[in-house]
Design a protein around this ligand. Structure first.
Ligand SMILES: [Zn+2]
Length: 341
């Protein structure tokens, strides 16, 4: 990364997993554990301790639940509202627990609420043939498909059952917490309708996974919507955030450390995807399947653990080139092949 792309990380202190740090009178930074190489998620407590709004909740695991029970007791917290940025398990996992145990309210975007209800209802019993066809056509082997079938339904296992009702938040809404206004800004590409929160007064931006300092968020497609174009949606969202955020806004991301340099990072993310698209286009001088272009798109090794994510990301970039009119797709011997037009 070139020097002008360097971000500022002004805070010296990072809260330990399971604890919190005050950023100012209105915002607390809380960390909860994740059982992966990405070992933490940042959550944000807004307002006063006896009337706290919590943005994101952590994954529904015993470790997280115990950490929450300790933290609530130790800090004497009364949590009144749960707001989640999007439907991924590390963000939404504990929401149902808070509603049940702490009698909180619960708000999020409509698309993510409905999709989460749908996905968490899926179990291992009934893998739809659309999903098997989708990954088979992408080029996954029989053994890899078997692993996918075995793991189907895992999503629901790390999410506490969602509340049966919620309050919808959408772009341009304003969340008022303890006299501070947080404008709701919707982003797309990482989830269907990802919510971020910007306070002009505090010059702070809670970005969820829509803007991370070092990780390029997953932008991929799934069998439920094979013709989606999330890469173009993601790039459009990056441009939107450049338009609405001040250059010096303090970004509070879901992973990594809070930083200043939103515009630099957003330009870098756009460049990252555009570079991937042009490398992918060059590779398609000769026909290839989505599993054949992993080395073009990813520096990391693709193994069983990240194959589904990698396939989804690869297909998402291929779809983007199709919508841009640069490549075509055809079916041969049960696989989807892609080549330059
Ligand atoms: Zn996410």
């Amino acid at each position: 990364m070139s020097s002008e792309r360097r971000l500022d990380f002004p805070l010296d202190i990072v809260p330990k997993v399971g604890s919190l740090t005050y950023l100012n009178d209105h915002v607390r930074w809380i960390r909860m554990p994740l059982p992966m190489s990405l070992n933490h998620i940042n959550l944000w407590g807004l307002g006063s301790s006896d009337n706290l709004t919590l943005v994101d909740t952590g994954m529904h695991l015993d470790d997280t639940k115990n950490a929450w029970i300790n933290l609530i007791k130790e800090q004497n917290l009364t949590i009144k509202d749960i707001v989640v940025t999007h439907m991924h398990p590390d963000h939404i996992g504990m929401a149902g627990w808070f509603v049940k145990e702490c009698n909180t309210s619960f708000s999020m975007s409509r698309s993510d609420y409905l999709q989460c209800r749908m996905l968490s209802a899926d179990t291992g019993d009934n893998v739809p043939h659309e999903a098997i066809d989708f990954y088979t056509q992408a080029g996954m082997t029989e053994g890899q498909i078997k692993t996918f079938i075995k793991r189907f339904g895992f999503f629901g296992s790390i999410i506490h059952p969602l509340p049966e009702a919620y309050t919808r938040l959408k772009d341009s809404d304003v969340l008022n917490v303890d006299g501070i206004e947080w404008a709701v800004i919707e982003g797309r590409g990482h989830s269907l309708e990802h919510l971020c929160f910007f306070s002009k007064e505090l010059n702070m931006f809670i970005s969820g996974d829509q803007l991370l300092p070092t990780i390029s968020s997953h932008v991929g497609i799934f069998p439920t919507e094979p013709k989606a174009n999330p890469v173009e949606e993601w790039i459009a969202s990056c441009h939107k955030l450049i338009d609405v955020l001040p250059q010096d806004v303090f970004v509070l991301p879901a992973h990594g450390r809070p930083f200043i340099g939103a515009h630099k990072r957003l330009h870098a993310l756009i460049e990252h995807h555009e570079t991937s698209l042009s490398k992918l286009y060059d590779a398609l001088k000769t026909p290839k399947r989505s599993v054949d272009v992993f080395d073009v798109l990813f520096k990391r090794e693709i193994d069983e653990g990240n194959l589904i994510m990698a396939t989804g990301e690869s297909l998402a970039h291929l779809n983007c080139l199709i919508y841009r009119g640069q490549i075509r797709k055809y079916l041969k011997d049960g696989h989807s092949w892609y080549e330059q037009i």
